[in-house]
Design a binder for this molecule. Structure first.
Ligand SMILES: Cc1cc2nc3c(=O)[nH]c(=O)nc-3n(C[C@H](O)[C@H](O)[C@H](O)COP(=O)(O)O)c2cc1C
Length: 398
Protein backbone atom coordinates (compact mmCIF):
# COMPACT_ATOMS: atom_id res chain seq x y z
CA UNK A 1 0.00 0.00 0.00
CA UNK A 2 1.73 3.20 -1.23
CA UNK A 3 0.28 6.42 0.10
CA UNK A 4 1.17 10.10 -0.39
CA UNK A 5 0.55 12.21 2.71
CA UNK A 6 0.28 15.92 1.98
CA UNK A 7 0.62 18.32 4.93
CA UNK A 8 -0.30 22.02 4.82
CA UNK A 9 0.18 25.13 6.95
CA UNK A 10 -2.52 24.58 9.56
CA UNK A 11 -2.14 24.71 13.31
CA UNK A 12 -3.27 21.04 13.16
CA UNK A 13 -0.10 20.07 11.20
CA UNK A 14 1.27 18.37 14.34
CA UNK A 15 -1.62 15.88 14.18
CA UNK A 16 -0.23 14.67 10.83
CA UNK A 17 2.56 13.04 12.88
CA UNK A 18 -0.01 10.71 14.43
CA UNK A 19 -1.69 10.11 11.06
CA UNK A 20 1.68 9.13 9.55
CA UNK A 21 2.53 6.88 12.51
CA UNK A 22 -0.78 5.04 12.20
CA UNK A 23 -0.44 4.60 8.43
CA UNK A 24 3.06 3.18 8.84
CA UNK A 25 1.76 0.90 11.62
CA UNK A 26 -0.92 -0.35 9.22
CA UNK A 27 1.87 -1.41 6.86
CA UNK A 28 1.77 1.53 4.40
CA UNK A 29 4.78 2.96 2.55
CA UNK A 30 4.19 6.70 2.97
CA UNK A 31 5.70 9.50 0.87
CA UNK A 32 5.31 12.85 2.58
CA UNK A 33 4.92 16.15 0.71
CA UNK A 34 4.70 19.36 2.74
CA UNK A 35 3.94 22.94 1.81
CA UNK A 36 6.56 25.49 2.85
CA UNK A 37 4.08 26.84 5.40
CA UNK A 38 3.51 23.36 6.86
CA UNK A 39 7.28 23.13 7.39
CA UNK A 40 7.06 26.25 9.58
CA UNK A 41 4.72 24.39 11.95
CA UNK A 42 6.49 20.98 12.13
CA UNK A 43 10.00 20.18 10.88
CA UNK A 44 10.15 17.88 7.81
CA UNK A 45 12.77 15.85 9.70
CA UNK A 46 10.02 14.47 11.97
CA UNK A 47 8.14 13.08 8.96
CA UNK A 48 11.36 11.91 7.30
CA UNK A 49 12.29 9.90 10.39
CA UNK A 50 8.83 8.38 10.82
CA UNK A 51 8.36 7.51 7.13
CA UNK A 52 12.03 6.54 6.62
CA UNK A 53 11.95 8.45 3.29
CA UNK A 54 12.90 11.92 2.09
CA UNK A 55 10.19 14.57 2.45
CA UNK A 56 9.36 16.74 -0.57
CA UNK A 57 8.98 20.41 0.37
CA UNK A 58 10.79 22.40 -2.31
CA UNK A 59 11.59 20.59 -5.53
CA UNK A 60 13.60 23.55 -6.81
CA UNK A 61 16.35 23.04 -4.28
CA UNK A 62 17.78 20.04 -2.48
CA UNK A 63 15.64 17.39 -4.23
CA UNK A 64 17.21 14.42 -6.08
CA UNK A 65 18.25 15.97 -9.44
CA UNK A 66 17.64 12.70 -11.31
CA UNK A 67 13.85 13.01 -10.88
CA UNK A 68 11.17 15.70 -10.99
CA UNK A 69 9.81 15.74 -7.44
CA UNK A 70 6.05 16.12 -7.90
CA UNK A 71 5.97 13.60 -10.77
CA UNK A 72 8.17 11.02 -9.02
CA UNK A 73 6.10 11.23 -5.82
CA UNK A 74 2.77 10.86 -7.65
CA UNK A 75 3.75 7.70 -9.53
CA UNK A 76 2.58 4.22 -8.46
CA UNK A 77 0.44 5.47 -5.56
CA UNK A 78 -2.56 3.53 -4.25
CA UNK A 79 -4.02 6.63 -2.66
CA UNK A 80 -3.24 10.19 -1.59
CA UNK A 81 -4.31 12.04 1.53
CA UNK A 82 -3.98 15.70 2.50
CA UNK A 83 -4.28 16.08 6.28
CA UNK A 84 -4.61 18.76 7.44
CA UNK A 85 -5.85 20.58 4.35
CA UNK A 86 -5.90 24.39 4.61
CA UNK A 87 -8.60 26.55 2.99
CA UNK A 88 -5.77 27.69 0.68
CA UNK A 89 -4.80 24.22 -0.60
CA UNK A 90 -8.48 23.23 -0.94
CA UNK A 91 -9.00 26.33 -3.10
CA UNK A 92 -5.89 25.63 -5.17
CA UNK A 93 -6.88 21.99 -5.73
CA UNK A 94 -10.42 23.02 -6.76
CA UNK A 95 -9.04 25.59 -9.21
CA UNK A 96 -6.29 23.35 -10.57
CA UNK A 97 -3.43 25.58 -9.45
CA UNK A 98 0.01 24.01 -9.15
CA UNK A 99 2.37 26.60 -7.69
CA UNK A 100 4.33 24.49 -5.22
CA UNK A 101 5.37 20.86 -4.64
CA UNK A 102 2.10 19.73 -3.01
CA UNK A 103 -0.37 21.44 -5.34
CA UNK A 104 1.64 20.24 -8.39
CA UNK A 105 1.65 16.68 -6.99
CA UNK A 106 -2.14 16.86 -6.55
CA UNK A 107 -2.47 17.75 -10.25
CA UNK A 108 -0.29 14.80 -11.25
CA UNK A 109 -2.21 12.19 -9.19
CA UNK A 110 -3.66 9.09 -10.78
CA UNK A 111 -5.21 7.52 -7.65
CA UNK A 112 -8.04 8.18 -5.15
CA UNK A 113 -7.57 11.37 -3.10
CA UNK A 114 -8.84 12.16 0.42
CA UNK A 115 -8.66 15.62 1.96
CA UNK A 116 -9.20 16.38 5.66
CA UNK A 117 -9.94 20.11 6.07
CA UNK A 118 -8.83 21.95 9.22
CA UNK A 119 -9.47 25.64 9.83
CA UNK A 120 -11.30 28.28 11.83
CA UNK A 121 -15.09 27.82 11.65
CA UNK A 122 -15.66 31.11 9.74
CA UNK A 123 -13.06 30.07 7.15
CA UNK A 124 -14.75 26.67 6.90
CA UNK A 125 -18.25 28.14 6.50
CA UNK A 126 -17.06 30.74 3.94
CA UNK A 127 -18.97 30.38 0.67
CA UNK A 128 -15.71 30.03 -1.28
CA UNK A 129 -14.45 27.17 0.91
CA UNK A 130 -17.81 25.37 0.73
CA UNK A 131 -17.95 25.81 -3.05
CA UNK A 132 -14.36 24.53 -3.41
CA UNK A 133 -15.16 21.47 -1.26
CA UNK A 134 -18.21 20.74 -3.42
CA UNK A 135 -16.14 21.07 -6.61
CA UNK A 136 -13.68 18.53 -5.17
CA UNK A 137 -16.49 16.16 -4.04
CA UNK A 138 -18.03 16.26 -7.51
CA UNK A 139 -14.62 15.36 -8.90
CA UNK A 140 -14.56 12.25 -6.69
CA UNK A 141 -12.31 13.56 -3.91
CA UNK A 142 -13.35 12.11 -0.55
CA UNK A 143 -13.62 14.82 2.08
CA UNK A 144 -13.01 13.67 5.67
CA UNK A 145 -15.41 16.08 7.36
CA UNK A 146 -13.96 18.14 10.22
CA UNK A 147 -15.24 17.82 13.78
CA UNK A 148 -17.15 20.40 15.78
CA UNK A 149 -15.70 21.60 19.07
CA UNK A 150 -13.14 24.00 20.53
CA UNK A 151 -10.73 25.33 17.86
CA UNK A 152 -7.10 26.39 18.28
CA UNK A 153 -8.06 30.05 17.66
CA UNK A 154 -10.23 29.97 20.80
CA UNK A 155 -13.54 29.79 18.90
CA UNK A 156 -16.05 26.93 19.11
CA UNK A 157 -17.40 25.50 15.88
CA UNK A 158 -16.87 23.24 12.92
CA UNK A 159 -13.39 23.11 11.42
CA UNK A 160 -11.33 20.98 13.80
CA UNK A 161 -9.32 18.33 11.97
CA UNK A 162 -11.00 14.89 12.19
CA UNK A 163 -9.22 12.61 14.66
CA UNK A 164 -6.17 10.75 13.27
CA UNK A 165 -8.05 7.48 13.97
CA UNK A 166 -10.99 8.56 11.80
CA UNK A 167 -8.73 9.82 9.00
CA UNK A 168 -6.73 6.58 8.91
CA UNK A 169 -9.94 4.54 9.15
CA UNK A 170 -11.24 6.29 6.01
CA UNK A 171 -7.96 5.69 4.16
CA UNK A 172 -7.81 2.00 5.09
CA UNK A 173 -11.49 1.54 4.15
CA UNK A 174 -10.43 2.18 0.52
CA UNK A 175 -8.32 -0.97 0.60
CA UNK A 176 -10.63 -3.33 2.52
CA UNK A 177 -12.75 -5.89 0.64
CA UNK A 178 -16.49 -5.13 1.17
CA UNK A 179 -17.20 -8.77 2.00
CA UNK A 180 -19.25 -7.98 5.12
CA UNK A 181 -21.81 -5.76 3.44
CA UNK A 182 -25.32 -6.70 4.44
CA UNK A 183 -24.01 -8.26 7.68
CA UNK A 184 -24.65 -6.95 11.18
CA UNK A 185 -21.75 -7.19 13.61
CA UNK A 186 -22.08 -6.51 17.35
CA UNK A 187 -18.80 -5.71 19.12
CA UNK A 188 -18.33 -5.11 22.84
CA UNK A 189 -15.39 -3.13 24.22
CA UNK A 190 -13.85 -1.64 27.34
CA UNK A 191 -14.26 -2.42 31.02
CA UNK A 192 -17.37 -2.44 33.20
CA UNK A 193 -17.78 -0.73 36.56
CA UNK A 194 -19.43 -2.47 39.50
CA UNK A 195 -20.56 -0.07 42.19
CA UNK A 196 -19.31 -0.50 45.75
CA UNK A 197 -21.07 2.68 46.88
CA UNK A 198 -22.10 6.02 45.38
CA UNK A 199 -18.48 7.00 44.55
CA UNK A 200 -16.46 3.75 44.45
CA UNK A 201 -16.45 0.85 42.04
CA UNK A 202 -14.61 -2.33 41.00
CA UNK A 203 -13.23 -2.29 37.47
CA UNK A 204 -10.24 -3.30 35.32
CA UNK A 205 -7.72 -1.46 33.12
CA UNK A 206 -9.29 -2.35 29.74
CA UNK A 207 -8.89 0.67 27.41
CA UNK A 208 -11.40 -0.46 24.77
CA UNK A 209 -8.73 -0.15 22.04
CA UNK A 210 -9.04 -3.75 20.81
CA UNK A 211 -12.85 -3.64 20.60
CA UNK A 212 -12.81 -0.23 18.89
CA UNK A 213 -10.23 -1.51 16.37
CA UNK A 214 -12.52 -4.48 15.65
CA UNK A 215 -15.52 -2.19 15.17
CA UNK A 216 -13.51 -0.04 12.72
CA UNK A 217 -12.23 -3.10 10.83
CA UNK A 218 -15.73 -4.62 10.44
CA UNK A 219 -17.16 -1.24 9.41
CA UNK A 220 -14.43 -0.78 6.79
CA UNK A 221 -15.51 -4.08 5.21
CA UNK A 222 -19.07 -2.92 4.78
CA UNK A 223 -20.71 -4.37 7.92
CA UNK A 224 -23.35 -2.53 9.90
CA UNK A 225 -21.58 -2.30 13.25
CA UNK A 226 -23.10 -1.86 16.68
CA UNK A 227 -20.51 -1.17 19.34
CA UNK A 228 -21.40 -1.58 23.01
CA UNK A 229 -18.74 0.01 25.15
CA UNK A 230 -17.98 0.38 28.83
CA UNK A 231 -16.41 3.66 30.05
CA UNK A 232 -13.35 4.46 27.87
CA UNK A 233 -11.39 7.57 26.91
CA UNK A 234 -10.97 7.08 23.16
CA UNK A 235 -12.75 8.56 20.14
CA UNK A 236 -15.85 6.75 18.91
CA UNK A 237 -15.38 5.27 15.44
CA UNK A 238 -17.13 7.07 12.59
CA UNK A 239 -20.13 5.38 10.99
CA UNK A 240 -20.63 2.97 13.89
CA UNK A 241 -23.72 2.86 16.18
CA UNK A 242 -22.31 3.24 19.68
CA UNK A 243 -24.16 2.26 22.86
CA UNK A 244 -22.46 3.32 26.06
CA UNK A 245 -22.92 1.17 29.20
CA UNK A 246 -21.49 1.13 32.71
CA UNK A 247 -22.01 -2.14 34.59
CA UNK A 248 -21.90 -5.83 33.61
CA UNK A 249 -25.70 -5.89 34.01
CA UNK A 250 -26.05 -2.96 31.54
CA UNK A 251 -23.67 -4.72 29.14
CA UNK A 252 -25.69 -7.93 29.47
CA UNK A 253 -29.01 -6.27 28.61
CA UNK A 254 -27.51 -4.25 25.71
CA UNK A 255 -25.92 -7.40 24.20
CA UNK A 256 -29.11 -9.44 24.57
CA UNK A 257 -31.11 -6.65 22.92
CA UNK A 258 -28.72 -6.10 19.98
CA UNK A 259 -27.40 -9.64 19.36
CA UNK A 260 -30.84 -10.91 18.28
CA UNK A 261 -30.50 -10.17 14.57
CA UNK A 262 -26.67 -10.02 14.44
CA UNK A 263 -24.67 -12.26 12.09
CA UNK A 264 -21.57 -11.91 14.26
CA UNK A 265 -21.01 -11.09 17.94
CA UNK A 266 -17.46 -10.27 19.05
CA UNK A 267 -17.13 -10.02 22.81
CA UNK A 268 -13.93 -8.01 23.33
CA UNK A 269 -15.12 -6.20 26.49
CA UNK A 270 -13.51 -7.06 29.80
CA UNK A 271 -16.79 -7.67 31.63
CA UNK A 272 -16.47 -8.00 35.37
CA UNK A 273 -17.09 -11.59 36.55
CA UNK A 274 -18.34 -10.44 39.95
CA UNK A 275 -19.87 -7.42 41.64
CA UNK A 276 -20.52 -6.27 45.20
CA UNK A 277 -23.58 -8.06 46.56
CA UNK A 278 -25.02 -5.03 48.32
CA UNK A 279 -23.72 -1.77 46.85
CA UNK A 280 -24.57 1.27 48.93
CA UNK A 281 -26.53 4.07 47.25
CA UNK A 282 -24.68 6.57 49.46
CA UNK A 283 -20.98 7.18 50.04
CA UNK A 284 -19.66 4.86 52.79
CA UNK A 285 -17.85 6.99 55.36
CA UNK A 286 -14.21 6.09 55.96
CA UNK A 287 -14.89 5.35 59.63
CA UNK A 288 -17.75 3.01 58.66
CA UNK A 289 -15.76 1.05 56.04
CA UNK A 290 -16.67 -2.64 56.21
CA UNK A 291 -13.87 -5.21 56.72
CA UNK A 292 -15.18 -7.24 53.82
CA UNK A 293 -17.14 -6.64 50.65
CA UNK A 294 -19.24 -9.65 49.68
CA UNK A 295 -19.32 -10.37 45.96
CA UNK A 296 -21.71 -12.19 43.68
CA UNK A 297 -21.20 -13.48 40.15
CA UNK A 298 -22.41 -11.45 37.20
CA UNK A 299 -24.26 -13.04 34.26
CA UNK A 300 -21.99 -14.96 31.85
CA UNK A 301 -22.89 -13.18 28.61
CA UNK A 302 -20.76 -15.36 26.31
CA UNK A 303 -22.10 -18.61 27.76
CA UNK A 304 -25.67 -17.36 27.38
CA UNK A 305 -25.04 -16.39 23.74
CA UNK A 306 -23.34 -19.75 23.11
CA UNK A 307 -26.38 -21.65 24.43
CA UNK A 308 -28.66 -19.90 21.95
CA UNK A 309 -26.16 -19.86 19.07
CA UNK A 310 -28.86 -19.65 16.30
CA UNK A 311 -26.32 -19.67 13.46
CA UNK A 312 -24.49 -16.48 14.36
CA UNK A 313 -20.69 -16.39 14.54
CA UNK A 314 -19.63 -15.99 18.14
CA UNK A 315 -16.14 -14.72 19.00
CA UNK A 316 -14.66 -14.51 22.50
CA UNK A 317 -11.40 -13.37 24.06
CA UNK A 318 -9.38 -15.14 26.73
CA UNK A 319 -6.92 -12.81 28.47
CA UNK A 320 -4.90 -15.09 30.73
CA UNK A 321 -1.70 -15.13 32.77
CA UNK A 322 -1.28 -18.93 33.09
CA UNK A 323 -1.68 -21.88 30.70
CA UNK A 324 -3.08 -19.45 28.18
CA UNK A 325 -3.84 -21.81 25.28
CA UNK A 326 -5.26 -24.57 27.48
CA UNK A 327 -7.65 -22.12 29.16
CA UNK A 328 -8.59 -20.59 25.82
CA UNK A 329 -9.39 -24.01 24.28
CA UNK A 330 -11.49 -24.94 27.32
CA UNK A 331 -13.38 -21.64 27.12
CA UNK A 332 -13.98 -22.07 23.36
CA UNK A 333 -15.60 -25.44 24.03
CA UNK A 334 -17.48 -24.59 27.22
CA UNK A 335 -19.05 -21.47 25.70
CA UNK A 336 -19.71 -22.97 22.26
CA UNK A 337 -17.68 -20.31 20.41
CA UNK A 338 -16.69 -20.26 16.74
CA UNK A 339 -13.43 -18.43 17.43
CA UNK A 340 -11.42 -17.47 20.49
CA UNK A 341 -8.59 -14.97 20.70
CA UNK A 342 -6.08 -15.97 23.36
CA UNK A 343 -4.03 -13.22 24.85
CA UNK A 344 -1.04 -13.84 27.16
CA UNK A 345 -1.02 -10.93 29.60
CA UNK A 346 2.58 -11.73 30.67
CA UNK A 347 4.06 -10.83 27.30
CA UNK A 348 5.46 -7.38 26.71
CA UNK A 349 3.36 -5.43 24.18
CA UNK A 350 0.24 -7.51 24.83
CA UNK A 351 -2.94 -6.82 26.74
CA UNK A 352 -4.70 -3.96 28.49
CA UNK A 353 -4.11 -0.37 27.44
CA UNK A 354 -1.34 -1.13 24.91
CA UNK A 355 -1.54 -0.04 21.25
CA UNK A 356 -0.18 -3.45 20.28
CA UNK A 357 -1.08 -7.03 21.05
CA UNK A 358 0.22 -10.58 20.56
CA UNK A 359 -2.55 -13.16 20.22
CA UNK A 360 -3.39 -16.66 19.08
CA UNK A 361 -6.63 -17.34 17.19
CA UNK A 362 -8.24 -20.76 17.72
CA UNK A 363 -11.26 -21.83 15.68
CA UNK A 364 -14.00 -24.29 16.66
CA UNK A 365 -12.25 -27.00 14.59
CA UNK A 366 -8.99 -26.39 16.47
CA UNK A 367 -7.15 -24.51 13.69
CA UNK A 368 -4.60 -22.31 15.49
CA UNK A 369 -2.98 -19.14 14.12
CA UNK A 370 -0.30 -17.20 16.02
CA UNK A 371 -0.26 -13.45 15.38
CA UNK A 372 3.08 -11.92 16.43
CA UNK A 373 3.44 -8.41 17.93
CA UNK A 374 1.25 -6.11 15.79
CA UNK A 375 -0.85 -2.99 16.22
CA UNK A 376 -4.38 -3.61 17.49
CA UNK A 377 -5.67 -2.36 14.10
CA UNK A 378 -3.63 -5.03 12.28
CA UNK A 379 -4.80 -7.73 14.70
CA UNK A 380 -8.40 -6.57 14.28
CA UNK A 381 -8.06 -6.87 10.48
CA UNK A 382 -6.80 -10.47 10.85
CA UNK A 383 -9.62 -11.39 13.25
CA UNK A 384 -12.20 -9.89 10.87
CA UNK A 385 -10.55 -11.86 7.99
CA UNK A 386 -11.10 -15.05 9.98
CA UNK A 387 -14.72 -14.10 10.82
CA UNK A 388 -15.39 -13.43 7.10
CA UNK A 389 -13.88 -16.84 6.27
CA UNK A 390 -16.13 -18.58 8.85
CA UNK A 391 -19.21 -16.79 7.43
CA UNK A 392 -18.18 -17.81 3.90
CA UNK A 393 -17.78 -21.46 4.91
CA UNK A 394 -21.15 -21.40 6.72
CA UNK A 395 -22.72 -20.03 3.52
CA UNK A 396 -21.12 -22.78 1.41
CA UNK A 397 -22.31 -25.58 3.69
CA UNK A 398 -25.86 -24.19 4.08
C1 LIG B 1 -0.74 30.14 13.55
C2 LIG B 1 -1.47 29.93 12.27
C3 LIG B 1 -2.38 28.91 12.17
C4 LIG B 1 -3.07 28.70 10.97
N1 LIG B 1 -3.97 27.68 10.93
C5 LIG B 1 -4.67 27.49 9.77
C6 LIG B 1 -5.60 26.44 9.67
O1 LIG B 1 -5.81 25.65 10.62
N2 LIG B 1 -6.28 26.29 8.52
C7 LIG B 1 -6.09 27.12 7.44
O2 LIG B 1 -6.75 26.94 6.41
N3 LIG B 1 -5.18 28.11 7.51
C8 LIG B 1 -4.47 28.32 8.63
N4 LIG B 1 -3.54 29.32 8.70
C9 LIG B 1 -3.32 30.16 7.51
C10 LIG B 1 -2.45 29.41 6.51
O3 LIG B 1 -1.20 29.10 7.12
C11 LIG B 1 -2.22 30.28 5.27
O4 LIG B 1 -3.46 30.38 4.55
C12 LIG B 1 -1.16 29.71 4.40
O5 LIG B 1 -1.05 30.51 3.24
C13 LIG B 1 -1.45 28.27 3.98
O6 LIG B 1 -0.41 27.79 3.18
P1 LIG B 1 -0.42 26.32 2.57
O7 LIG B 1 -1.84 26.00 2.21
O8 LIG B 1 0.45 26.44 1.35
O9 LIG B 1 0.18 25.42 3.59
C14 LIG B 1 -2.83 29.53 9.85
C15 LIG B 1 -1.87 30.55 9.96
C16 LIG B 1 -1.21 30.73 11.15
C17 LIG B 1 -0.19 31.85 11.23
Amino acid sequence: MKIMLGITGSIAAYKAVEVLRKLVEAGAEVRVVMTRNAARFVAPLTFQALSARPVLVDEFSGWDPSSIGHIAVSEGLDCALVAPATANVIGKAAAGIGDDALSSTLLALDCPLLMAPAMNDRMYRHAATQRNLNVLRERGVRIVDPDTGPLACGAEGCGRLASPDRIVQEVLALFAPRDLSGRTVVVTAGPTREAVDAVRFLSNPSSGKMGFALARAAQARGARVRLITGPVAIDWPAGVDVRSVLSAADMHSAVMELAGDADVVIMAAAVSDFRPLQPSGRKIKKEAAPDEIRLERTADILAELGKNASGRVLVGFAAETDQVLEHARAKLKAKNLDLIIANDLNREGAGFGEDTNIVTMITRSGETTDLPLMSKDQIAAKIVDKVAEILRKQGESA
